[in-house]
Design a protein. Structure first.
Length: 271
């Protein structure tokens, strides 16, 4: 039987409510899945046919250590997604290189545009960590300056009302094949709690959203076991990329029948 590591993190693993679902789907596909911490010093990664990066949600404070682990692990087994993909995708400056419509972004504390409302965050972040939303340009600039002072690159963006009106559309692809899509709650919407932010509902993406998502994926080289393409509509109605999640995205597997099986099938295709 093929043996694959489900790569996770070392804190409260109850936060990952997709792990058991994935491992069960792997088992049904003839894959023995074993959850292993990415930073487990006793782990023998060469014993696995593949190591699938999933809930490595503690890498943010140790990004260089995590990337060193990824490169080393890729040297002894199949790493999915690949180390080169992880290195690029864990810094959101990748958005500048894709050549597709994205949310307007200013990458410095200096020369900030005049917008009615701002979102400011570092390029290495997840889950709205160190992210603010404000109508005060001075506050936005101060946060961007603080990020730069700490050695981080800021992203300064306009807050888009469509995030609340239509919501973010996340399209999930496994081995570059579309699986399902959801409407996600806005992370920075007024009155939202963390629990609210984790909820979603199934959504059928529009043709222009599918077209953009496939252009985004076409711009990325290498194997992609999983990809989550997060889109939002701009004020003119056109879709734009918010983020391309290729490292440790929540996959919303419970929101579509057969989604976990789709992921398992994609893994067998790549192996």
């Amino acid at each position: 039987m093929t043996i694959c590591a489900y790569v996770t993190f070392g804190d409260d693993d109850s936060r990952d409510d997709e792990r058991d679902l994935v491992i069960a789907a792997w088992r049904a596909a003839g894959i023995d899945g074993q959850a292993v911490r990415w930073d487990d010093p006793e782990a023998d990664w060469s014993a696995f046919d593949a190591a699938v990066v999933r809930s490595v949600w503690d890498y943010l404070d140790r990004r260089e250590e995590f990337l060193a682990w990824a490169r080393a692990t890729a040297g002894v087994t199949r790493l999915l997604n690949p180390a080169a993909v992880l290195e690029t995708n864990t810094d959101k400056t990748y958005l500048r290189e894709l050549g597709v419509p994205t949310v307007p972004t200013h990458w410095s504390a200096d020369g900030m545009p005049q917008w009615s409302e701002y979102v400011v965050k570092p390029t290495v972040s997840a889950g709205a960590r160190d992210t603010i939303r404000t109508t005060d340009r001075a506050v936005a600039q101060a946060h961007a300056q603080a990020l730069e002072a700490s050695g981080r690159t800021p992203m300064v963006q306009p807050y888009l009302d469509m995030v609340e009106a239509e919501g973010e559309t996340s399209l999930l692809y496994f081995n570059r094949t579309f699986s399902h899509a959801v409407r996600r709650n806005a992370m920075l919407a007024g009155g939202q709690s963390l629990a609210d932010n984790s909820r979603a509902e199934p959504r059928t993406p529009a043709d222009d959203q599918v077209e953009l998502a496939e252009k985004v994926l076409a711009a990325v080289q290498g194997e992609l076991l999983y990809a989550r393409v997060d889109l939002i509509r701009l004020p003119d109605g056109s879709p734009a990329l918010m983020e391309l999640e290729l490292t440790e995205p929540y996959l919303f597997l419970r929101y579509a029948e057969g989604a976990a099986a789709n992921l398992a099938r994609a893994l067998t295709e790549l192996l």
